[in-house]
Design a protein around this ligand. Structure first.
Ligand code: CAP
Ligand code: MG
Length: 405
């Protein structure tokens, strides 16, 4: 099969971009052909069983630069099952990583025809739906993660959430490793925390939200999602890497009318190495196909790996046109405190959710003050004043800046 077609212009194909380092003794073009075959219709040797029909599904390697280790491969849409994210990963994120012909391989981008994107449900709410839910038009939304990550009882968890809402948080979420624990049962936590949410809403007059983590075996996830809905919740949170795209699509495809918050814990096992793995940009596009409404993308300024050059394209990709799919809200979280807010909003703009865990619950005066300090930092950006200026008349912010800057 002749797969190298330099200069070919893809039409309605799925285009995957790769970083490729061949193994020693393997030519760059040989490595590319192995990748193209193994990710589509071929294998290590020619086949007596190959048919004309099957050959029509052969991909075309239409761009490559050995110097830059780059290649672009156009795959016929017919190679991919409509509405099935799992099979995209099994093809483009599958066997090719284990082949001896490649020393390093990173799938760093994917472009899909609108007609293919439209075979997926995509986000049920998107940016517009989330903002409408909170009746918040312009400013970034503010969230917190109840800390300690695990260890509190359901009642204690709910109290921390209540204080965060009183202090000004719109959203409170479970941490990624909090599930149905002996010391904090899922149902009890959801009941207690939603009760506190309603109390905080009546006190503040603002819409508040709780994002319980339903990550578990898929059958249990559905039970928990339905329970949250029955109890009056509006959100569910899913650890999409640990749960996998099958479970994510399974829950999305139930059309429960719940906003889906996607945590990406574990992504760095394969997104972090610049020479090998799958980029967070690809994960983000697949998560949008699968139907998340919100997705952690990194902060560029906080505690997690991920530069502005890497994170900003992900933020843009979540609202760029992808057929008729709704946009996804970028969630910036990880090591953030009030001192980070101006730099964060300068990079990403206001159409994001800012989340702080330690940056709120670690505040010297406690959670309410910590949430107030984060909200005050957002206010400085909305009003165009400096943090230090605003801190002169806002003590919670002043204390936070002294504590962490
Ligand atoms: C943040 C966090 C989030 C990270 C995940 C944590 O807490 O709850 O899981 O944001 O990283 O457990 O670290 P802090 P990312 O605010 O206390 O750091 O968003 O990059 O996926
Ligand atoms: Mg966490």
């Amino acid at each position: 099969m002749e797969l190298l077609k330099k200069g070919y212009k893809p039409k309605k194909e799925v285009v995957a971009s790769f970083y490729v380092e061949p193994a020693s003794g393997i030519k760059f073009s040989e490595a590319l052909e192995s990748i193209a075959k193994e990710s589509s219709i071929g294998t290590w040797t020619s086949l007596r069983t190959m048919t004309k029909q099957a050959k029509k599904l052969a991909p075309k390697i239409f761009y490559w630069s050995e110097k830059k280790h780059l290649a672009k491969i156009a795959y016929p849409q017919a190679l991919f099952e409509k509405g099935n994210v799992v099979q995209i990963l099994s093809s483009l994120g599958g066997n090719i990583y284990g082949m001896k012909d490649v020393r390093n391989l990173r799938w760093f981008d994917v472009e899909m025809p609108e007609t293919f994107c439209n075979t997926f449900k995509g986000p049920a709410f998107g940016i517009k739906g989330v903002r409408k839910h909170f009746k918040v038009k312009h400013r970034p939304l503010l969230g917190t993660i109840v800390k300690p990550k695990v260890g509190l009882t359901a009642k204690q968890h709910a109290k921390v959430a209540y204080n965060a809402w009183l202090g000004g948080c719109d959203i409170v979420k479970d941490d990624e490793n909090l599930a149905d624990m002996g010391f904090n049962r899922f149902e009890r936590r959801v009941k207690e925390t939603l009760k506190m949410k309603e109390r905080a809403e009546s006190l503040t007059g603002e819409v508040k939200a709780y994002m319980p983590n339903i990550s578990a075996p898929a059958d249990e996830m559905l039970k928990r999602a339905k329970l949250v809905k029955e109890l009056g919740g509006s959100y569910i949170m899913i650890d999409i890497i640990a749960c996998g795209f099958s479970a994510l699509q399974y829950i999305r495809n139930q059309d429960l009318g719940m906003i889906i918050h996607a945590h990406r814990a574990g992504h760095a096992t394969f997104t972090r190495n610049p020479k090998h793995g799958i980029s967070m940009l690809v994960v983000a596009k697949l998560a949008r196909l699968a139907g998340v409404d919100q997705l952690h993308i990194g902060t560029a300024v906080g505690k997690m790996h991920g530069s502005k050059e890497e994170v900003l394209p992900i933020h843009k990709a979540l609202s760029e046109k992808m057929g008729k799919l709704k946009s996804v809200v970028s969630v910036c979280s990880g090591g953030l405190h009030p001192g980070h807010v101006p730099a964060l909003l300068k990079i990403f703009g206001n159409n994001i959710i800012i989340q702080a865990g330690g940056g709120i619950h670690g505040h010297k005066l406690g959670t309410i003050a910590g949430a107030r300090a984060m909200k005050q930092a957002i206010e400085t950006c909305m009003q165009g004043v400096s943090l230090n200026e605003y801190a002169k008349t806002h003590k919670e912010l002043a204390i936070a800046l002294k504590q962490w800057c």
